[in-house]
Design a protein around this ligand. Structure first.
Ligand SMILES: [Zn+2]
Length: 79
């Protein structure tokens, strides 16, 4: 499992970027960031996306994956 560089979620199936810098194009089930799309194509930074996601209420993009006792504060410590 790999870590999302935006929200600190520890359940990504692929490394966001391989050693050659190629993006996984995986969408984080937590913050919804898509590596390679939101950053390289859309020009968003991890930080700006994170701030916007949190200010929008830190909703999970895939709610089925949200643990019952999930804590945003705890997860952000992974970063
Ligand atoms: Zn994320």
């Amino acid at each position: 499992m790999y870590k999302c560089l935006v929200c600190g979620y520890l359940g990504l199936y692929e490394k966001p970027y391989d050693k050659n810098g190629c993006a996984s194009y995986e969408i984080c089930p937590c913050c919804g960031f898509q590596f390679g799309f939101d950053d390289k194509d859309q020009g968003k930074t991890f930080e700006s996306y994170r701030i916007k996601w949190i200010s929008d209420g830190a909703q999970w993009s895939n709610k089925k994956k949200q643990p019952r006792n999930w804590s945003l504060e705890e997860q952000l410590k992974n970063l």
